[in-house]
Write a protein that binds this ligand. Structure first.
Ligand code: ADP
Ligand code: MG
Length: 270
């Protein structure tokens, strides 16, 4: 039921994202920090994967590599079989802070990408409105971010990420600034939207439960330098996949949780 998946080798040709022996060292005046070592994995189109590991193990670094914001020291990052060499507009990146502009309305925040690309027109505006409606914000188009709750702001940030029509979405601890109840509610909404849109998603989280409840596969990184430690395919029986909220009350959830907890080898200092 919960076998660790080793030597996972989907067809290279059909991979949406592929990392091949990726190493990344940061060079600063203080010296070299080896953040990632020999990381290889693939994501099929439409797969929803989470990345967990202890703080400082290189999770955010890995997303920056996929986004093309930094280049690997050695190895290669491929999207659709092409090496990533620069930031790619087909990749949407969403961070813990929502970075909404307080002086812009919610609609104008979502229109930002289209504006920057010089294509703010009736079509892009209709899409933005449609996305905001799907994110439950149809009645808040002309509000400013300040007038919204934390969960609503993150949904607005998600709509903005989706507005430029990326097919890969990178989420870096997107819910960690929210209270636990909002987190649970927004997890369901975000998963629903991203799965319906058929996006390929990498979710970075330090929350084991979130990873098991939301994603198809959990990739575990070792302590720094981050190496691929193990991968778990998440299955909840043969029926339709439960929502993240429902998943938490399934017996499989606890089994995976225990395994991943042991895998992460969490120690409390002191
Ligand atoms: P995580 O997201 O898993 O907490 P990061 O990817 O942010 O980890 O960082 C991995 C390691 O690389 C950490 O030791 C961090 O201090 C270091 N690091 C991250 N960004 C930089 C940078 N720009 N310059 C130097 N070191 C960095
Ligand atoms: Mg991080």
């Amino acid at each position: 039921m919960s076998a660790v998946v080793r030597n996972l080798k989907p067809e290279t040709a059909s991979a949406k994202i592929e990392l091949r022996d990726v190493c990344l060292s940061y060079f600063t005046p203080e010296g070299e920090t080896e953040a990632l070592s020999q990381v290889s994995f693939m994501l099929a189109p439409g797969e929803f994967v989470s990345l967990i590991g202890q703080s400082g193990c290189g999770k955010s670094t890995l997303l920056s590599l996929i986004a093309g914001l930094i280049a690997p020291t050695s190895g290669a990052v491929m999207i659709d079989g092409h090496a990533v060499t620069e930031p790619n507009p087909r990749i949407g990146y969403m961070l813990q802070q929502d970075y909404l502009f307080e002086w812009r309305t919610i609609l104008d925040n979502v229109m930002l990408g289209a504006e920057i690309q010089g294509r703010r027109d009736a079509r892009s505006e209709a899409r933005a409105v449609h996305l905001l409606e799907k994110c439950g914000l149809g009645a808040f188009l002309t509000h400013t971010p300040r007038q919204l709750s934390g969960g609503m702001r993150q949904r607005a940030a998600l709509a903005r990420t989706l507005a430029t029509e990326p097919d890969v979405i990178l989420l870096d601890e997107p819910f960690s600034a929210l209270d636990s109840q909002t987190r649970l509610a927004i997890s369901d909404e975000v998963v629903d939207i991203l799965r319906r849109e058929g996006k390929t998603v990498v979710l970075v989280t330090h929350d084991i439960g979130e990873a098991i409840a939301m994603t198809d596969r959990v990739i575990v990184l070792s302590r720094r330098p981050g190496r691929l430690k193990s991968q778990y395919r998440i299955h909840y029986g043969d029926g339709a996949r439960p929502t993240p909220f429902q998943a938490r009350s399934r017996p499989e959830f606890n089994t995976y949780f225990k395994q991943l907890w042991d895998e992460l080898d969490v120690h409390v200092e002191g």
